[in-house]
Design a protein around this ligand. Structure first.
Ligand SMILES: Nc1ncnc2c1ncn2[C@@H]1O[C@H](COP(=O)(O)OP(=O)(O)OP(=O)(O)O)[C@@H](O)[C@H]1O
Ligand SMILES: [Mg+2]
Length: 387
């Protein structure tokens, strides 16, 4: 049976770097544009009667914008530049929640089976990213089983010891939650297997595959501090094994965004955002919800506006990457005036040192965000402060 390990060849790393930089360049602007489109279409949706023609148009705009957002997300995930929204999760819950979608993806011809290990430790993970990895693996499995077959998802806890690490140099020491995804499809020969994690490597016809699916999965696992390998044999099917570091603690409840009713407030919010489309959208959304908004279009203006109004400002919504002064620097200066001022940092991607040293998880908001999520995060933080 052929095995392939996590690729770490030099050329591969160079490619990662190049595409990473490309993705960052695109993501910054693109995420902002898409975020603005999403926000404005949500505002439009709230204005028109459900069931009307206009309502359907807004729904379409919103849907397409969401798809565009997913595209950058894939690229960023591959480049390991995705700003992760991590929390403690049980992988079994993620699989259970994604099950219906996976079944739809693989179709009726494929039997989906899940063997979920008992007493699984939690992972510190971005649920959206784990779901993304699952979807990419499911689509590949489906394509490998055109005549139907079985797709098996298995979770278990595993201990990686030194012996194993010596044998497989890509492995890491410690306790891991192992997710195995096996199909009974066509399998791969050694030559293909060796290249599966390579970006843009595809054996599919033009228009049927971009070759980013597994590269993305690879990026996601890596960014979570894990590792991945693949086993396959022609005609015998394929197994991907994803190892995620296990952490201590309990699962934090998964937020059910759509269910909470939207609540506004009368507090004053400083919105520091250099992208005009996003700034105007956020200002509009928050004003509609009753908030008073003070807007700033770069880091220096954010600091100035804060200094002028610091007694009234209840919360700051701040882009991490802004001209003149980064959000982290503004934050440092602002904290000297008001050490406990609540801040939500918004960002589309990570770059070391851009964020103040590990802000609490509920203080970062991934771009592009919807107006619904924005409203909820704001309210939660404001209420928490009063409690
Ligand atoms: N489960 C599988 N069984 C057989 N071959 C697979 C399987 N998964 C991936 N492959 C092979 O690896 C290649 C790369 O997969 P990857 O998901 O990265 O890209 P893709 O599926 O071709 O395109 P994309 O996922 O971007 O639409 C595939 O083209 C296919 O040849
Ligand atoms: Mg694929």
């Amino acid at each position: 049976m052929s095995t392939v390990e996590t690729p770490e060849h030099t050329w591969q790393l160079e490619k990662f770097e190049t595409i990473g930089r490309l993705a960052m360049g695109i993501a910054h602007d693109f995420n902002n544009l898409v975020g603005a489109i999403m926000g404005w279409s949500e505002l439009g949706l709230a204005e028109v009667p459900p069931g009307s023609q206009s309502h359907r148009y807004y729904v379409q705009i919103y849907k397409q914008a969401t798809r565009a957002a997913n595209l950058t997300r894939q690229l960023l995930a591959y480049a390991r530049r995705q700003a992760l929204e991590r929390r403690n999760v049980n992988l079994n819950d993620v699989i259970a929640d994604a099950r219906a979608l996976m079944e739809k993806l693989v179709g009726e011809q494929v039997e989906l089976k899940a063997i979920l290990g008992p007493r699984l430790p939690v992972l510190h993970a971005d649920v959206g990213q784990i779901e993304q990895a699952l979807m990419n693996l499911c689509v590949n499995a489906r394509d490998a089983m055109p005549g139907g077959g079985q797709l098996l998802l298995k979770t278990e806890i595993t201990e990686i010891d030194e012996q194993y690490c010596q044998l497989y140099t890509y492995a890491k020491l410690g306790r891991f939650v192992l997710l195995s995804v096996s199909d009974t499809g066509s399998g791969m020969d050694a030559a293909i297997l060796e290249r599966v994690f390579e970006p843009f490597f595809t054996t599919k016809q033009i228009g049927h595959g971009t070759g980013l699916g597994l590269a993305t999965v690879y990026g996601i696992v890596k960014q979570h501090g894990g590792f991945i390998n693949a086993y396959s044999e022609v005609g015998q099917g394929t197994t991907f094994r994803l190892y995620f570091p296990a952490v201590q603690g309990k699962a934090t409840e998964i937020e059910k965004v759509a269910e909470e009713p939207l609540r506004g407030g009368a507090e004053t919010i400083l919105v520091a955002e250099d992208h005009q489309g996003v700034r105007e959208m956020a200002t509009e959304v928050l004003s509609r919800l009753g908030y008073r908004v003070i807007a700033a279009c770069d880091g220096e203006e954010a600091e100035r506006r804060f200094t002028e109004n610091h007694e009234q400002i209840d919360l700051i919504l701040m882009d991490v990457f802004m001209p003149k002064l980064f959000g982290s620097e503004v934050y440092k200066r602002i904290r000297e005036i008001r050490p406990t001022i609540p801040v939500i940092f918004t960002t589309g991607y990570t770059a070391e040192s851009a964020l103040p040293d590990s802000p609490p998880e509920d203080r970062t908001l991934q771009k592009p965000y919807t107006s619904r999520v924005l409203a909820q995060r704001l309210r939660r933080l404001l209420d928490g402060k009063q409690a």
